[in-house]
Design a protein around this ligand. Structure first.
Ligand code: GDP
Ligand code: IMO
Ligand code: MG
Length: 427
């Protein structure tokens, strides 16, 4: 068997969590391959809403194995909060959640560093979620990190203290007043105590050599679904650098984040919204800083699942979508939130950019100076939220889907018409 992949094609928050949840009954194993608690994946069913940050979105199927892969970084504090919240809703992840021993830990000082670095950037701030993502991946690459498999070793506390002291030296080179930076509203010492309590809770979960486990599953003909976080335009290499996250969010990240050979990658589901959103700083060529953008935000409830920040909104960017399709080798497209556009008389999609007085059809290195060139199409102007069959799609919605399929050369096999599991149409 091969590993199928679900990942985001825009700037995150495309609706990956919903689609992983919808497709997970078809798989034996669901595995997150990168990112950390900067992610917020929303799942809604039976009138209940869940937001997951570290735990894979297949967790609501108790008979499926869920894995936090080696490419993910884990904050025990956030993890425990997530577990506790799931338990209050009668979901018990210790039964079907496994954690890679090679996943790195987000230490309290990683979060402190994130806050101090971001404040120090002033106007150039990235708009990070401040979950410690950048500093933790930095330590991983610098070969300084602490991993889940280290937790039970006798010298864990020493490793922790050594790294903490290194971090404090760096922090003191930037500010002597780090006490102004609270973590989860707490002073550093209080948060650190809570973090260590949470670390004890993490020990209740089975730690595995996940790359061995997953490859064995494939050999035994078990099906595996890889769940991405963030989106291709936030990728460390191909996103709008430096306004990106610190991991490989594209399909290549599945190989390093789970230990899967490239030849073992199967279907790649590329998830995108019928329009675009972005949270945090950085280029966004089709951004709407007007009433239409506000309308998208209100109807689409475009406020961050992790931070609650308002998301920037704009028209669908086909140039960027094609770039993401190329980077990921997308085999099927999944279009989310079509219902949000129900009341828009006309819709725009950018088919090109104007750059240095020239029309171009790609994202150049100089991605800060792109003016979208739009094609305008008629909207469907009708409520589609309760449509259950593709036969009942309004003509204008079909036209919109065909336009995207023609531009990208990839079929849209799933259309989402609302946040609930049931509002998902297969084409
Ligand atoms: P993720 O990070 O990619 O999993 O996406 P988020 O959960 O951060 O953001 C997607 C938001 O859109 C969530 O609030 C979902 O409940 C919601 N959502 C998902 N699909 C649809 C849809 O088709 N229509 C509407 N209106 N909302 C949706
Ligand atoms: P999901 O998985 C949307 C953005 C942040 C910031 C930049 C860097 O829910 O789609 P970081 O915390 O990684 O240092 O932030 O990336 N960002 C996201 N935006 N969805 C996400 O995850 C994101 N994770 C990070 O807003 O601009
Ligand atoms: Mg999200």
């Amino acid at each position: 068997m091969k590993v199928d992949v679900i990942l985001g094609l825009q700037w995150g928050d495309e609706g990956k969590g919903k689609i992983v949840d919808v497709l997970s009954p078809d798989y034996d194993v669901i595995a997150r391959f990168q990112g950390g608690p900067n992610a917020g994946h929303t799942i809604e069913f039976d009138g209940k809403k869940f937001v997951l940050h570290t735990i894979p979105s297949g967790i609501f199927n108790p008979e499926k194995i869920n894995i936090i892969g080696n490419g993910v970084i884990i904050d025990p504090f956030v993890f425990l909060k997530e577990i506790t919240s799931l338990k209050t809703k009668n979901v018990h992840p210790e039964k079907n959640l496994l954690i890679s021993k090679k996943a790195h830990l987000i230490l309290p000082t990683h979060r402190l560093l994130d806050a101090v670095f971001e404040a120090d950037k002033g106007k150039l701030k990235i708009g990070s979620t401040l979950k410690g993502i950048g500093p933790t991946y930095t330590d991983k690459v610098a070969r300084l990190g602490v991993r889940v498999g280290d937790i039970c070793s006798p010298d864990f506390r020493q490793k922790y203290e050594d790294l903490k002291q290194k971090h404090f030296k760096t922090i003191q080179s930037i500010t002597l007043d780090f006490a102004q930076f609270k973590i989860e509203g707490m002073d550093f010492g209080d948060y650190e105590d809570k973090w260590f309590d949470a670390l004890e809770a993490l020990k209740n979960f089975k730690q595995i050599d996940s790359e061995i486990f997953i490859n064995k599953c494939l050999d035994e003909n078990k099906s595996v679904l890889a769940e991405g976080a963030q989106g291709s335009l936030l990728d460390i290499d191909f996103g709008s650098y430096p306004f990106v996250t610190s991991s490989s969010t594209i399909c290549a990240g599945v190989c390093t984040g789970l230990g899967i050979a490239p030849s073992k990658v199967g279907k790649v589901f590329g998830v995108f919204k019928a329009y675009c959103t972005r949270v945090g700083s950085g280029p966004f060529p089709t951004e709407l800083d007007d009433e239409e953008g506000n309308k998208m935000r209100e109807i689409g409830r475009e406020f961050g699942s992790t931070t609650g920040r308002p998301r920037r909104c704009g028209w669908l960017d086909l140039v960027a979508l094609k770039y993401a399709v190329m980077l990921n080798g997308v085999t099927e497209l999944v279009m989310m939130k079509a219902d949000v556009l129900n009341t828009f008389e006309n819709l725009k999609v950018s088919t090109n950019y104007l750059f240095n007085d020239k029309i171009i059809d790609y994202i150049p290195f100089e991605d800060h100076h792109l003016q979208p060139v739009y094609k305008t199409v008629k909207g469907w102007n009708t409520e589609v939220n309760n449509v259950v069959k593709t036969d009942s799609f309004p003509q204008e919605l079909n036209d919109y889907l065909h336009l995207i399929e023609n531009e990208t050369g990839i079929k849209i096999t799933v259309v989402s018409l609302g946040p609930d599991r049931t509002q998902t149409i297969f084409r």
